[in-house]
Design a protein. Structure first.
Lengths: 229, 87
């Protein structure tokens, strides 16, 4: 006698069986997937106006007025398995909150770099201020790459790549901030005295450096809007 | 001309609401994950019950907001089609 293969569901694939718009209604309990389609208790994929089909209800039984034996009358259509490697990896990375962790570096470094150029130009022509600023630009440029990568990951997984105004602004200003830092780094790399010698490029360097302040503030503002509304 | 301006305004309004709902979904999901982690750490039956209830509510919120967003997206698509048809 041939053995019927057990159908495997992940949380994601189970969600498609929500009992709405004519779709079958499945529910999972402790690793088993039950077909509750057609049950009067699961009309339209809803149970007691509290539970929805297409979900793992293992943890909800504790609040139910009945025990799990009621599921015994429904056919088992498969088993609920863990997400594939890729899905588990994504979930793990999401739980690490990479973007909020990295974003502070690309916020602080450009602001401090501008501050040290300001100190160098207007307070004290102390060369280490200028040197320190150039290192901050380098650090800002490197962290900005990490920030864009983690931002893209966060946008893809948490916000499902929905391109609304806030995200458009974040992408635009991230690109501008990154480009300005690349330019600053290149200018300083080509000529280490780009700021210390009085030349037209010094003005451009300083202007670009100070432009990082509003760009970074705007980026921070939109980041705050995403998190805090 | 007035109709085009009107539909552009309507589109901007709908997109602003879609943005609010998109961000709300992420928050509902984050809160659900928070309660889910708490549920797994809960040591007593009563705390498990409480976190299970809260988790269920958050999942339900996400589902409702998602349904609203779907409707909104359909409306946005319709307004866009209307705009491209009027050109």
């Amino acid at each position: 006698m041939a053995t019927r293969a057990v159908k495997r569901f992940t949380t994601k694939s189970l969600a498609r069986f929500d009992g709405m718009e004519g779709r079958p209604a499945y529910t999972a309990f402790e690793g088993k997937v039950y077909d509750v389609t057609g049950s009067n208790m699961w009309l339209g994929g809803r149970h007691e106006s509290r539970h929805s089909a297409g979900e793992d209800l293992s943890h909800q039984m504790v609040n139910a007025p009945h025990d799990e034996s009621v599921l015994g009358k429904f056919p088992v259509v498969g088993e609920l398995v863990e997400e594939q490697m890729g899905g588990r990896m994504v979930a793990r990375l999401q739980a690490m909150h990479l973007h909020p962790m990295v974003v502070h570096f690309s916020e602080v470094c450009p602001l401090l770099a501008a501050l040290f150029v300001f100190l160098y130009l207007f307070v004290d022509r102390f060369r280490p201020y200028e040197v320190f600023s150039s290192y901050l630009v380098l650090l800002g440029f490197l962290s900005s790459m990490g920030c864009m990568a983690t931002g893209f990951f966060s946008w893809s997984t948490t916000y499902e790549r929905t391109l609304t105004r806030i995200f458009r602004m974040k992408i635009l200003f991230s690109a501008v901030q990154f480009s300005v830092m690349v330019l600053l780094f290149a200018m300083r790399y080509i000529d280490v005295d780009v700021l210390t010698k009085s030349q037209p490029l010094s003005v451009a360097y300083a202007v670009l450096m100070f432009a990082l302040v509003p760009i970074t503030v705007i980026l921070g503002h939109y980041g705050g809007k995403i998190v805090y509304g | 001309m007035a109709r085009t301006k009107e539909s552009a305004q309507r589109l901007a309004e709908l997109e602003a609401v879609a943005e609010i709902l998109t961000l709300a979904i992420a928050r509902e999901r984050a809160t659900a994950e928070y309660y889910d982690r708490a549920l797994h750490r809960a040591g007593t039956e009563s705390t498990r019950k409480a976190f299970a209830l809260l988790l269920e509510q958050e999942r339900d919120h996400e589902k409702r907001v998602r349904a609203e967003l779907e409707l909104l997206r359909k409306e946005i698509a319709e307004v866009r089609r209307g705009r491209s048809g009027s050109h």
